[in-house]
Design a protein around this ligand. Sequence first.
Ligand SMILES: NC(=O)c1ccc[n+]([C@@H]2O[C@H](COP(=O)([O-])OP(=O)(O)OC[C@H]3O[C@@H](n4cnc5c(N)ncnc54)[C@H](O)[C@@H]3O)[C@@H](O)[C@H]2O)c1
Length: 254
Amino acid sequence: MSDFEGLRALVTGGASGIGRATAELLAERGARVAVLDLDPSPVGKPLLAYRADVTDDASVREAVAAAVADLGGHGVLDVLVNNAGIGAQGTVEDNPDGEWHRVYDVNVLGMVRTTRAGLPHLRASAHAAIVNTCSIAATAGLPQRALYSATKGAVYSLTLAMAADHVREGIRVNCVNPGTVDTPWVGRLLDAAPDPAAERAALEARQPTGRLVSPAEVAGAIAYLASPLSGATTGTALAVDGGMQGLRLRPVAR
Ligand SMILES: NC(=O)c1ccc[n+]([C@@H]2O[C@H](COP(=O)([O-])OP(=O)(O)OC[C@H]3O[C@@H](n4cnc5c(N)ncnc54)[C@H](O)[C@@H]3O)[C@@H](O)[C@H]2O)c1
């Protein structure tokens, strides 16, 4: 497919996992793609890479301006993928205020900052699309994820509000809600578990497909939402969760 031919895209958190797979897929489908990440060192050609911390407004503005200039679209940006995010574990009792502020700063305000910096350039596009990486944690109650889930609930609501605010400017805004995805992040979580194999098996069993989602599968959903072929789709959350949100299976008979 070459639906992104001639378009310019920016992916935050694009050096690893879902963001990396998305940046590579958009490039394969014809886009010129820039990655913004805390550590962009793993990113190679044809992707452009910029170091920025989404919690630092000045660094975001600088990186977005540099990326837009280098993408060569005379100030036009067509696709913004707000994907950078971090995890948090525990119940509502387990994290001090400082940690709540830190995770909100990355997962929610990070999207606010990159979108603010990107909007003037997106307004100049004939096919502007923003895709936010949300999570099944926004729509299902998962144990030991109070803080993380609250940030993703905010991302879901932010997606709807942004979709309403910018629809008349021709900018579509959607989000993807992945289940558990086999990325370096989940690898780190598994490594920290007392029994990593049992933890992986439990996460796999939680999804009706019986396996983890792949980063490429989430990238495919993000590309679908970002594509000019999806011009009528805005204000939606697309589940990419192996059926975890929508299906209620009967237990397997033993
Ligand atoms: N892996 C999962 O199971 C899963 C499920 C649902 C949603 N998500 C969401 O997907 C997104 C990507 O997760 P992933 O699993 O690919 O993680 P990952 O850790 O593999 O990649 C995240 C990337 O974001 C970057 N990043 C982190 N903080 C940053 C900051 N302050 N500024 C700039 N870049 C920063 C990291 O350097 C890294 O390259 C996150 O928003 C996460 O909440 C992940």
